[in-house]
Write a protein that binds this ligand. Structure first.
Ligand SMILES: [Zn+2]
Length: 637
């Protein structure tokens, strides 16, 4: 078919494809495919076990879309090939359409997916490419009963497309973790960095982990579950700073660098190394990935203790002390067949010689969370240049926390440009559930799905594939299954109101879009419950301000009886909502995290609020209750 004169149709057809990540090469041709309620997935007869496992997963995923799929072996296909069709055999035509993979789809994890009226042909370069072709097919099947005839050639920009999951606050429940892995894999994310803190049951450290901590045997199973979907689970175990959760406990307090603070361990104390290695061994036993993140940031007290001070003097500075310690851990982990990832904070100010001193395979994770207008700017380029010249392996680290004006999207774009310039092996996108270890709880990662999908889109396909505006609409369709354009727009209204701190208004929009959401409703339901707590805080603040502004009259009993009486009524009205609010928040957060974080959140925010409301009520009681027409009930709580 000639492409000339076909341009506008191609353009429209492309706009109608709601894939994430969007494939760089799509050419539409031929008649559409309409899968029947019962189909075959013919897999190459000589396929290896890991490809057959993936075929079964794809078949189950398609079954979840309402199509019964029988997996069979066919000698007409080879290696990482499969045919999704309604006919019980692979016809000659399909056998002949298996052309060699070239260019982008021949990169590791690449694939070609050919859709015609009588079937969909999967050709993966490896088992990962096979699985990703299956994920593209799954998305197409999810989106409707008619799939346009086309050929997709696809492959990744970056070999490592990683999401960081901070378990320090709102640690994921098992169901949530499995769902997260399945979703991330479907968007072609291939690394999940897990910062466990107390959420992993360390056999070597009795009494350290939380009661809901994930046991090693469960993690070992989850590791396989993830690997079958192409996702490596990478543990992050801090080796020097961010150790508050441990060093505040009695058995560990002698490890502190500064005895007054429990944030940082002393690198000169041999027990620090011993305990790190024991914990690393616990993690290695449950994780097959060759990658291991040792943290390495927040070493602000380095060189405070007498031993470290002396050693640092001997070696010629604190950086050398740090390198001596980190080097010991890296060499140990190398001996255990692990490549070490480390935050690059301290490396940025080191000399070239010092930066070069780290063993070759180590990976510097270079974080920078500013938007930079979506471009790789001078804020990151000189450092990237230096690392490149020194032959260092580097991953960028961006933030996926929702922000006003999509600064997180700019941030991801900036790193993507650096990736396109050849500076990066991977992109790690982070969210933090606490600002610092043991700090107050922030929002859980459940509110950050847009950033996760945006990072998936960019780290796989680069910046040139599709515009941000297109992404916004595709996100609503992909993640929530919302196909009506006006409702798609409204999803962004929800996120926008959420980050601009208009929780009551966000809830109104959530209730409008919820009926149209066909997938991941629990995410919207959680955001709704989160906003409900936000609405409580909104009223509390408003009532506190009203009392503060009139405190002189109120505490002397001379306030205006009508307004003070009405405020009293409203304070009591808000108090009357607390039981139901608590219940709703428990129910929604219970779906993503064990109860401990929910308890902590309620014992902080809500408990403080209740105390304040009681004080305000004490100040206001005695003023007359207003008639019904003047009462002004609180809304959205
Ligand atoms: Zn020390």
């Amino acid at each position: 078919m000639g492409i000339a004169g076909f341009g506008t149709d191609q353009g429209q057809a492309k706009a109608d494809l709601r894939l994430i990540p969007y494939p760089p090469h799509v050419s539409f041709k031929g008649a559409p495919m309409r899968p029947l309620p019962s189909q075959f997935l013919h897999v190459a007869g000589d396929a290896q076990a890991n490809t057959r496992v993936r075929a079964k997963i794809v078949a189950d995923q398609l079954a979840a879309c309402g199509i019964r799929v029988q997996v069979t072996a066919s000698t007409a296909l080879h290696g990482h090939q499969a045919l999704f069709t309604s006919t019980p055999t692979v016809t000659k035509k399909w056998e002949q359409s298996c052309k060699p993979l070239r260019g982008l789809c021949a990169k590791p994890e690449g694939y070609r997916l050919t859709i015609a009226s009588d079937g969909a042909l999967i050709q993966g370069i490896d088992e990962h490419g096979f699985f990703y072709a299956g994920q593209t097919l799954r998305q197409l099947v999810e989106d409707g009963q008619e799939i346009p005839g086309m050929e997709i050639e696809d492959g990744p920009l970056l070999p490592f497309r990683a999401i960081h999951l901070d378990c320090r606050g709102w640690p994921p429940s098992r169901t949530c973790l499995e769902r997260t892995i399945d979703l991330l894999a479907s968007y072609k994310i291939n690394v999940l960095v897990l910062e466990y803190e107390r959420h992993f049951a360390f056999n070597s450290q009795p009494g350290l982990s939380s009661k809901d901590a994930l046991p090693p045997n469960y993690l070992a199973d989850l590791d396989l579950f993830a690997l079958d979907r192409g996702v490596k689970l990478v543990p992050l175990q801090h080796c020097i700073g961010n150790l508050n959760y441990m060093l505040r406990m009695d058995p560990y307090k002698d490890l502190r660098e500064d005895p007054r603070y429990f944030q940082m361990a002393c690198p000169s104390n041999p027990a620090t190394t011993d305990i790190f290695i024991a914990m690393a061994e616990d993690l290695i036993a449950a994780h097959s990935s060759q990658l291991f993140h040792i943290g390495g940031d927040q070493a602000r007290f380095l060189g405070v203790c007498p031993q470290c001070k002396a050693r640092s003097k001997q070696l010629g500075g604190r950086a050398s002390l740090y390198l001596e310690y980190i080097g010991k851990l890296v060499r140990y982990l190398n001996s255990r067949n692990r490549h070490v990832m480390v935050w690059d904070d301290l490396f940025r100010n080191m000399s070239d010689q010092q930066v070069s001193w780290m063993p070759q395979d180590s990976i510097l994770t270079f974080w920078n969370y500013s938007g930079h207008g979506g471009r790789a700017t001078q804020a990151i380029l000189p450092t990237l240049d230096r690392y490149k010249q020194l032959g260092r392996r580097v991953w960028g680290a961006a933030s996926r926390l929702p922000t006003t004006k999509y600064e997180n999207f700019d941030n991801i774009d900036a790193w993507t440009e650096a990736a396109e310039m050849g500076y990066l092996e991977g992109l790690l996108t982070t969210t933090w559930t606490r600002e610092y270890a043991l700090g107050p709880l922030l929002a859980p990662p459940e509110v950050a799905w847009p950033g996760a999908l945006y990072a998936a889109e960019r780290s796989w396909g680069g910046r040139k594939n599709a515009t941000r505006e297109e992404f916004l609409m595709r996100f609503a369709s992909r993640f929530f299954g919302i196909v009506e354009p006006p409702v798609q727009q409204r999803i962004w209204g929800v996120y926008d109101l959420l980050v601009r701190d208009y929780p009551r208004e966000a809830r109104e929009v959530i209730h409008q879009v919820l009926p149209a959401a066909r997938r991941n409703r629990e995410t919207l339901e959680f955001i709704d419950a989160w906003c409900r707590m936000g609405a409580f805080n909104y009223y509390l603040k408003m009532f506190e301000q009203a009392c503060a502004a009139d405190y002189d009259h109120l505490q002397s009993g001379q306030a205006d009886p009508f307004h003070a009486g009405r405020l009293y009524w409203r304070v009591e009205d808000l108090k009357s909502k607390i039981a139901e609010l608590t219940q709703a928040f428990r129910a929604a957060s219970g779906k993503i995290s064990p109860s401990a974080s929910c308890d902590e959140y309620l014992n902080s925010n809500l408990a403080y609020g209740i105390g304040r409301l009681d004080e305000l009520a004490g100040l206001l009681e005695g003023y007359p209750s207003p008639e019904k027409e003047w009462q002004q009930p609180v809304k959205g709580v």
